[in-house]
Write a protein that binds this ligand. Sequence first.
Ligand SMILES: *[C@@H]1O[C@H](CO)[C@@H](O)[C@H](O)[C@H]1NC(C)=O
Length: 252
Amino acid sequence: MKALSALVSCALVATSQAHSIFQKVSVDGVEHGLLFGVRTPDGSYQNYPITSLEDPDFACNTGIVHKDNNVIDIPAGSKVGAWWGHVLGGPQWEVDTDNPIAPSHKGPVTVYLAKVDDAAAAEPTGLDWFKVGQEGLNTTTGKWGVDTVIENEGWWYFTMPACLAPGNYLMRVELLALHSAYAAGGAQFYMECAQINVVGDGTNVGENFVPFPGAYEDVNDPSILINIYDNTGTPNNALKPYVVLGPEPLTC
Ligand SMILES: *[C@@H]1O[C@H](CO)[C@@H](O)[C@H](O)[C@H]1NC(C)=O
């Protein structure tokens, strides 16, 4: 009986992957449509993570199918929302407790930009990325960026830096799930890119640039290879500080 139930639960795990995908943008509370200006995969692997730090598609994900020519205007200083769902459209089933992402998948959320000439046409490789937003772990409450995504029914918000120079950028939103990160290669990186046009009269063109792939280099980095469970099994990193990967976000 024990063996049977183990088998059954394995089968369940195999068919219901608790993954997530970024697929919608809002600007100052105004929502754009699903996939408007956001590049995503489709099909059975649409919501799969990347686990190799050297994956050539680490910038904007692999197997991109949905890519329109819309470029989303975003005023510098505005409140930007990135919407995550379990699958394209949100829930996978009528009652989907893994939407927008399984609550077990704790970890940080980050946003990077790369300046491009034409966001609708830009290739995602070989760009210089800088960070504009992040939420890691609150060591008082044990709340992760992922918890905010779940609390806001898929939305994660940041402020587009007010000093940012106008023009086209790719906006890369990344969610890092650390529930299995206690084993090397167990960290799950989820990311998609939106095509944006920053509007304003700022002059800041970014700082502390990093490449993707390449920004995260070391599989043994304590922010990648990490056991986030305390001695009661609570995924709060024992309320010890968690260092979010990558450079500090741009501040104006
Ligand atoms: C952590 O959470 C507490 C309680 O919600 C909040 O007062 C505090 O500002 C948070 N700390 C950070 C660094 O966000």
